[in-house]
Design a protein. Structure first.
Length: 114
C-alpha cells in the first residue's frame, strides 16, 4: 500500500500553494462601482494593504494578473506576508488536504512510498 512521506504538520519551507496561481488578494481590489462595504474584504483590512493591492493591479480582473506568485508571498520566508488577512480561497486550502498534497508531490516536497 502506498503512503505519503513528508511534513504534513507545517507549511514551513513550502509556499507552493502561493506560487503559479496569481494573486488571490486581487479580490480585495477597490471597485468604484460598489456602494457600501466591499463584499470580499475582511472588516478592518488596513488601508496600506488596500493601497498596495490597488497600485499593483490597477483594475485587472482575477486571472489577468501575473501568475508567478501571490503579491503577498514572501520568497525569503516562503510564507504569506499578511497571513491574518488572506482571502477565503487561501483559508480553504487545507494543510495536508488533497490539493496541498498534490501540490507538494508535484513540487518535489512530498514523496509517495510503497
Amino acid at each position: 500500500m502506498a503512503h505519503r512521506q513528508g511534513n504534513l504538520d507545517s507549511c514551513a519551507e513550502c509556499g507552493l500553494c502561493c506560487q503559479g496561481i496569481g494573486s488571490p488578494v486581487l479580490v480585495y481590489q477597490t471597485d468604484p462601482r460598489l456602494i457600501g462595504p466591499h463584499p470580499l474584504r475582511p472588516a478592518g483590512l488596513p488601508e496600506h494593504l488596500i493601497e498596495e493591492i490597488d497600485e499593483n493591479f490597477q483594475g485587472l480582473h482575477r486571472g489577468q494578473e501575473p501568475l508567478e506568485r501571490c503579491l503577498w508571498f514572501d520568497s525569503a520566508t516562503r510564507k504569506c506576508k499578511h497571513y491574518q488577512w488572506r482571502p477565503q480561497v487561501c483559508r480553504d486550502y487545507e494543510l495536508g488536504g488533497d490539493a496541498c498534497l498534490a501540490t507538494r508531490e508535484k513540487g518535489g516536497l512530498m514523496q509517495i512510498a510503497e
